[in-house]
Design a protein around this ligand. Structure first.
Ligand code: NDP
Ligand code: GDR
Length: 350
């Protein structure tokens, strides 16, 4: 049975990738952090008691900031594939915790690559690189050859991760690849990322449980895809003979404003915008109630205005194409949050 090791298994992508790999017959090992409360809700449905029978998902305590722990796990598990998804993944939070973000997202990647070298385990390596590397727009759409211009401590740390992967590939012949993934979302998306924040608020507002949604810059453009599509591509990248770097995106971009409008449309609320900048508000056209306001707290010191990815290389070389585009994604996420509100026992996205 092929073994895979996933860092960040408790996150959005980790959970979908685990499902995919189990379906493909892998034994999946995941690294989880000790927390004061349960942090495995996205993968609990995959857990089988290790004492009974044949576990397909095995969890290990660890942390990307602890080298010897990573070495030990890799030596013990001997995975054929390692997917490095763990990260302090919130761009705005990285301005608050820049040093920790670098420790985890940059040096954490180096620790894993070095663990592969030191243990001699011939694992193939996937690195969760990001469209945030493009930051300030140098070219639209962005491809594998567009120059990087990171605009946050998160993106700068991920840029180190990108290059150290490439460097270890070139220096030591590791089978290590970067997936330059544009934003991808799902009903399992973390609640503080903009899409999920919007769909949760829309569901609550439509049920009379919340009055208003507070936002930052709603004029930013993003290329939003569907997380289950994107984890397919992670796996595909590690199945090819030669490692390489790929843009993974939908080639469609929309503003945060459009996301808000489309999500409210799912609950039959039409938004009317009034005012400008931080004073702008969104009103429920039918009732006149203000249901969207801007809040300085959600603006970033440095913004990424426009991301649009061209996934032509992924399509040509690996046959990958996204199956879900913007409108359907908004619908899937909004309906997921409505279902969750109406039935608290409903396990989101499962
Ligand atoms: P999430 O924020 O949902 O998950 C992050 C995961 O990393 C969680 O399992 C978290 O554990 C774990 N983690 C955080 N810090 C550490 C640490 N120090 N040691 C070990 N584990 C840690 O992210 P996503 O699933 O959305 O993204 C996966 C990866 O892809 C990330 O690296 C992200 O930066 C990158 N990426 C994401 C994109 C997206 O649009 N989703 C786009 C491009 C790149 P815990 O549950 O305990 O917090
Ligand atoms: P991003 O995602 O920074 O692109 O990083 P996020 O959803 O946080 O922001 C997208 C855009 O929305 C604007 N925005 C707000 N964002 C949040 N979170 N909260 C708000 O209230 C709000 N109002 C406006 C932001 O300014 C931004 O322009 C995500 C993460 O998953 C990264 O790990 C990943 O690398 C990139 O996507 C690709």
């Amino acid at each position: 049975m092929k073994k895979a090791l996933i860092t960040g298994i408790t996150g959005q992508d980790g959970s979908y990738l685990t499902e995919l790999l189990i379906e493909k017959g892998y034994e999946v090992h995941g690294i989880i952090r000790r927390a004061s409360s349960f942090n495995t809700h996205r993968i609990d449905h995959l857990y089988e008691d290790q004492l009974e029978g044949n576990p397909r998902m095995i969890l290990h305590y660890g942390d990307l900031t602890d080298s010897s722990n990573l070495n030990r796990i890799i030596e013990k598990v001997e995975p054929a594939e390692i997917y490095n998804l763990a990260a302090q993944s919130h761009v705005q939070v990285s301005f608050e915790v820049p040093e920790y973000t670098a420790e985890c997202d940059a040096i954490g990647t180096l620790r894993l690559l070095d663990a592969i070298r030191e243990t001699g385990v011939p694992a193939r390596f996937y690195q969760a690189s990001t469209s945030e590397l493009y930051g300030k727009v140098m070219e639209v759409p962005q491809t594998e050859t567009t120059p990087f211009y990171p605009r946050s401590p998160y993106a700068v740390a991920k840029q180190y991760g990108f290059w150290i992967v490439k460097n270890y590939r070139e220096s030591y012949g590791l089978h290590a690849s970067n997936g330059i993934l544009f934003n991808h979302e799902s009903p399992r998306r973390g609640e503080t990322f903009v899409t999920r924040k919007i769909t949760m608020a829309v569901a609550r507002i439509s049920r009379g449980l919340q009055k208003c949604l507070y936002m930052g810059n709603i004029n930013a453009f993003r290329d939003w895809g569907y997380a289950p599509d994107y984890v397919q591509m992670m796996w595909m990248m590690l199945q090819q003979d030669t490692p390489d770097d790929y843009v993974v995106a939908t080639n469609e971009m929309h503003t945060v404003r459009e996301f808000i409008e489309k999500s409210f449309a799912c609950v039959d609320i039409e938004i009317e915008w009034e005012g400008e900048g931080v004073k702008e508000v969104g009103k429920n056209k039918a009732t006149g109630d203000v249901i969207v306001r801007m809040d300085e707290r959600y603006y970033r010191p440095c913004e990424v205005d426009q991301l649009l990815g061209n996934p032509e290389k992924a399509k040509k070389q690996l046959g990958w194409e996204p199956t879900v585009k913007f409108e359907e994604l908004v619908k899937i996420m909004t309906e997921g949050d409505l279902r969750l509100l109406d039935n608290p026992n409903y396990e989101i996205g499962f």
